[in-house]
Design a protein around this ligand. Structure first.
Ligand SMILES: CCCCCCCCCCCCC/C=C/[C@@H](O)[C@H](CO)NC(=O)CCCCCCCCCCCCCCC
Ligand SMILES: Nc1ncnc2c1ncn2[C@@H]1O[C@H](COP(=O)(O)OP(=O)(O)OP(=O)(O)O)[C@@H](O)[C@H]1O
Ligand SMILES: [Ca+2]
Length: 583
């Protein structure tokens, strides 16, 4: 039987006989027994077919073609559970079909390719690829050329590949060069490389739209080009939180089939204008200190975060601050509702309608007219003041291998809000409990010194006088100094000497600061700690402390679909069937 997008015939897979059917959006083949009765059906959505080739074809590790003229090979997405992470691993499924004639083989390849074109209009044809050769374990080039490029070639995607030679090259390229003809931009690297692409694409889109990024009140234009992430970094938090696994082949397959996951982005401003954008972590206090400390130990590789985390934990810091936030509508969702943002999330879908009320579909989001000035900053601000272990804002769960459910397990990727986590100063064991709960399913917000709020914007400022201080006295792990020692403890003006005053006393032992020049280590040996921390903005230290951050709902789109919940799937069956998940 043959119509425009439908075809049905007998086929052989190996020595077994099947009835293969293409019904526009689904391709399936059913094993027949000797009496022509149906046995098992394998079903693949056309949207998840990667490519169709004449003959017997192998792709990975390298392409091998045996052009048998009555055979065609179909490549498609196949799923398996990872065991360790929440999401599902995708691999390239491959089935070789034999048919009675070459004419029928040609009909099958023609129809399958036509179905692919009709049902997958969102697939990329041309991509701009940036490889950071120094990211993570420095395997970016190898990962791309051995695992990803052959898949793109199979899918007929043409790529312009740039191996970067310096930091910010990818960002600058996107800001300066004409991107016409490219459907998306792919980064091969870690969160830092993703951040470059994010800044380049957002900046380029606002330039083209004539919008001023420095103006906090402006509604930014969503980026028309998708971002693909091939994970090859030390921390691949954005990939993990949007795909559920860190696996280059899985990510390449999401790119090929043109999956689309909108993502909220925070813009971070200081008085003079935009500082940076953030998606995963805007953190003051502990996470800022960990990052600042880790920069000095880059040679340790990814382990530097564990080392610095331990050092900063032992330093026992807390910081004074004033946090103001604009709560999101509590009727829409809550950071304590114990739900998770999974593939096809209904909270995010409803947000699309709320954020883009005049668009009937995602494609028209970019051509619709916006109110240039947003009403998102209107509402009742709440103010809290005190000492905090950390103040963190995240637009998404920020799940990562260190914390499989993330900083805020019920946060949403694309709901136009962020979660503000306030950890008040507390006993060291309490803070350890808070940190430790990130590694399990125990609720890290169910602690008396922790608050979480779903917000649209956050402002952070220092209490009057604090902006003048660099160091202050702490009780901490090294408390209990006598009066004589206290005499040496003063605060130092930010504009004054960087030297720790306790180091100036006569006949005093060398402190860690003197030995290492590192003010962060002082908390281990004496009662001095910096009065202020720094902001960690997706792995970059911000130049300012007093900031205002605002969430821009669905500002960018990734080639991803959110986390497919392995627990909701009968995996063995799905591995065989390679079918879409019903969550
Ligand atoms: C007791 C075990 C506690 C484990 C606690 C794990 C919490 C992990 C939360 C990770 C959140 C990552 C958010 C994503 C941030 C990225 O945009 C950014 C750029 O890649 N990464 C970092 O800034 C890198 C930030 C890395 C932060 C790592 C913190 C490690 C803490 C270790 C504390 C050990 C205490 C031991 C006491 C004896
Ligand atoms: N050719 C290059 N040389 C040096 N730095 C580069 C180059 N290309 C990109 N970078 C920078 O390297 C930084 C880290 O890259 P990436 O995120 O890919 O790896 P990573 O190992 O996960 O990073 P991090 O160590 O910061 O977690 C990025 O901020 C990026 O700007
Ligand atoms: Ca969000």
């Amino acid at each position: 039987m043959e119509t425009d997008l439908q075809l049905e015939s007998t086929v052989w897979v190996g020595s077994k006989i099947y009835r293969a059917v293409l019904t526009g959006w689904q391709f399936n083949w059913t094993e027949l027994d000797k009496k022509n009765r149906d046995k098992k059906t394998i079903s693949v959505p056309v949207a998840e077919v990667v490519g169709v080739e004449e003959g017997r074809v192998e792709i990975l590790p390298q392409k091998l073609i045996d052009d048998t003229d009555k055979v065609f090979t179909v490549f498609y997405v196949k799923r398996s559970s990872t065991g360790s992470s929440y999401g599902l691993l995708w691999t390239l499924g491959r089935t070789q079909f034999s048919v009675p004639s070459r004419v029928l083989r040609d009909q099958w390849t023609k129809h399958l390719r036509a179905a692919l074109k009709t049902h997958s209009p969102v697939r990329p044809n041309r991509l701009l690829v940036f490889i950071n050769p120094y990211g993570g374990k420095k395997k970016g080039r190898k990962i791309y050329h051995s695992l990803v490029a052959p898949l793109f070639e199979l899918a007929g995607i043409s790529c312009h590949v740039i191996v970067t030679e310096r930091a910010n090259q990818a960002r600058d390229h996107l800001l300066k060069k004409d991107l016409t003809g490219f459907d998306g931009v792919v980064c091969v690297g870690g969160d830092g490389m993703f951040s470059e692409i994010l800044h380049g694409l957002i900046g380029q889109t606002q330039q083209e739209a004539g919008l001023c990024e420095n103006d906090l009140t402006v509604t930014l234009q969503p980026c028309p080009r998708h971002i693909g992430i091939i994970p090859a970094g030390s921390t691949d938090c954005v990939c993990y939180a949007t795909v559920g696994v860190i696996d280059p082949v899985t990510s390449a397959l999401h790119i090929i089939i043109g999956d689309s996951q909108p993502l909220d982005v925070c813009s971070v401003h200081q008085a003079s204008g935009l500082v940076r954008y953030s998606v995963s972590l805007l953190g003051y206090g502990f996470y800022g200190d960990v990052l600042a400390e880790s920069e000095k130990h880059r040679w340790m590789g990814p382990l530097r975060y564990d080392y610095s985390g331990t050092m900063m934990y032992l330093s026992n810091r807390s910081y004074a601050g004033i946090v103001q936030y604009l709560p999101a509508d509590p009727l829409l969702s809550s950071p304590r509702d114990r739900t998770r943002c999974l593939s096809g999330c209904s909270v995010c879908s409803r947000s699309t309608e709320r954020l883009f009320p005049h668009s009937s579909d995602a494609g028209s989001l970019y051509s619709s007219h916006y109110n240039q000035f947003s009403s998102d900053l209107e509402g009742e601000w709440v103010t809290v003041e005190g000492r905090f272990r950390c103040v963190s804002l995240t637009c998404m769960s920020s799940s990562c291998p260190k914390s499989p459910l993330g900083l805020s397990p019920s946060a949403h990727l694309a709901d136009g809000t962020g979660d503000l986590i306030l950890v008040w100063d507390t006993h060291p064991l309490g803070f350890l409990k808070f940190l430790y709960r990130h590694t399990s399913t125990e609720d890290q917000f169910d602690l008396p010194f922790v608050e979480v709020h779903r917000v649209k914007a956050v402002r952070f400022s220092l209490p009057p006088g604090k902006e003048e201080e660099e160091y202050e006295e702490i009780g901490g792990l090294s408390g209990g100094m006598d009066e004589e020692e206290r005499g040496y403890i003063e605060t130092v003006s930010r504009s004054g000497s960087q030297q720790h005053l306790a180091d100036r006393g006569p006949g005093r032992e060398m402190t860690n600061l003197q030995k290492t020049g590192n003010p962060f280590l002082c908390g281990l040996c004496c009662s001095k700690a910096p009065a202020v921390s720094v902001w960690n903005c997706d792995g970059e230290i911000l130049p300012s402390i007093e900031i205002l951050s605002r969430v821009h709902g669905q500002l960018v789109r990734l080639y991803a679909r959110g986390i497919e919940d392995g627990a909701a799937v009968h995996c063995s069956e799905d591995i065989e069937r390679g079918c879409t998940l019903q969550i």
